[in-house]
Design a protein around this ligand. Sequence first.
Ligand code: ZN
Length: 430
Amino acid sequence: MEKKKFLETESDIQTLMERLFPICRSITGNGVRETLRILQEYIPLVTHEVPTGTKAFDWTVPKEWNIRDAYLLDPQGKKVIDFKKSNLHVVNYSIPINTRLPLNKLQEKLHSLPELPDAIPYKTSYYNENWGFCLTDAERQELPDGEYEVVIDSTLADGSLTYGELYIPGMEKEEILLSCYICHPSMGNDNLTGMVLLSLLAQELLSQKEKSRYSYRFLFLPETIGPIVWLSQHHAEVSKIFYGLVATCVADSGPFTYKKSRRGNTVGDRAVEVALRDLQKEHSIIDFFPSGSDERQYCSPGLDLPVGSLMRTMYGKFKEYHTSADNLDFVSAKNIIDTAGVYRETLTILDKNATYMNQNPFCEPQLGKRGLYVSLGPAKNEETNETAMFWVLNYSDGKHSLLMISEMSGIAFRTIRHVADLLLAHSLLK
Ligand code: ZN
């Protein structure tokens, strides 16, 4: 068996991004299969194929789309658009076409961005059979009049929708869901970086010696239809979701954005906020809204799962979004590692959170006689640790979790957890 590849250094991450970036992905087809096959060199993803025509709630799995080539030849026979140079040049899911059109007719099928004249827009036509080309506005302005040869060598046929899944059992059956989408062609932040980040986190969890508390489920799905299909077929698993995150836009240089779950105040939502606070990351927290990415499906009213989305700059909020300017220069391996730190801290908080009972609730226990004033660690932390101890003792009444105590006190969760462990060791908590 091939040796597993690791994602430990910036260069490992960069290599994976460079391999995945050029692939022409879509919501179905060989681009998705190739992507998952590469990811399987890193993590043991199980792939599933769901046939065209399969019903999923109000949706139906579409025909599978594959493309080999596409181009436009100008009246002189010069190739003015070439799919082989950028897969964004073709409207994703374009039906096959081979025709000749005058420029004025062709214009109806062209897409460009006058406000970003050097970027190729990313357009799709998934559930409406159509075709089109995308190009920079600068290129578009240069197109000479006359008749063009239009070729899109694609197929739209019965096949299947492909997705990847990785389940890592923990001590508890309750699951933490980490979901990303795998349907965008050559774009970086949205959503190549989500796949890479989740692969990195999965590797870390798999390499832990001890089982984690929660079980983990990683889903690599085409956006929208992917979670709809998965949710419609996994009622038992859905009922076990304790918390979840949708990973997208995780590697630009902007500050963090956390989009809360629809419920808004779940343990997971609060763990993210504390993780961002404790790691001193510049961030904003926004309430759930029903557009955006796959949190739309996870948080639909019939399910209302506790799933949020932790991003850097949110989709739609950076000018490069859904254009060729969202490329590998716009993101970095360094930022993926930085974002992974916040995901990891959130998962650690969830893993280590607990609620205790103070065993000595009538006035404070005498800490000095137990040596607890001296066992508090380095001198500069003594005051915080001592204060943390008072917070934990006072609020460990069976109603306040360590996470709540960390929120109330403003003291880092790790410090709260550390002193709780000391108090447990002295039988002052149960
Ligand atoms: Zn997108």
